[in-house]
Unconditional design. Structure first.
Length: 73
């Protein structure tokens, strides 16, 4: 195991890898929160709003849009 504190080159590599992992995990958590919110909103609209067909299209379209946005970024 390398002494990361004493070697600035290794510290920079470790920090960069940690930041990439952190940003990837943050995107995953944000995607999960937004997708759960979308699904719950669609369920509420379908059952309480009595609009199942519109809700299905909104749910599928919203999921595809979320996947596209998070795949690009």
């Amino acid at each position: 195991m390398a002494d990361i504190v004493q070697d600035p080159r290794l510290a920079d590599q470790d920090l960069s890898a940690h930041q990439q992992t952190f940003h990837g995990f943050s995107k995953l958590i944000l995607f999960a929160i937004l997708h759960i919110t979308l699904v719950l909103g669609c369920l509420a609209l379908a059952f309480l709003g009595n609009a199942p067909m519109v809700t299905t299209l909104l749910g599928v379209g919203g999921t595809v849009a979320l996947l596209a946005v998070f795949a690009i970024t």
